[in-house]
Design a protein around this ligand. Structure first.
Ligand SMILES: [Zn+2]
Length: 60
């Protein structure tokens, strides 16, 4: 079981898709992406919202 986050799911005009094996790992990757690609430092409100938009992906 994996998790996936898409910027477009939170209304950001960005086609990036981030995959990870756990929500904690995903959050780290999304924070890095937000910082480097969007110049945004995620605060707790944004993190909480992003976590509501995380998709479960089938594990292989
Ligand atoms: Zn993005």
């Amino acid at each position: 079981m994996g998790v996936q986050f898409r910027c477009e799911d939170v209304g950001v005009a960005c086609s990036a898709v981030t995959d990870a094996g756990s929500p904690e790992e995903l959050l780290g990757k999304v924070q890095d992406h937000a910082r480097s690609a969007h110049g945004v430092e995620l605060n707790q409100t944004l993190i909480d919202y992003a976590l509501t938009q995380v998709r479960q992906t089938p594990g292989r």
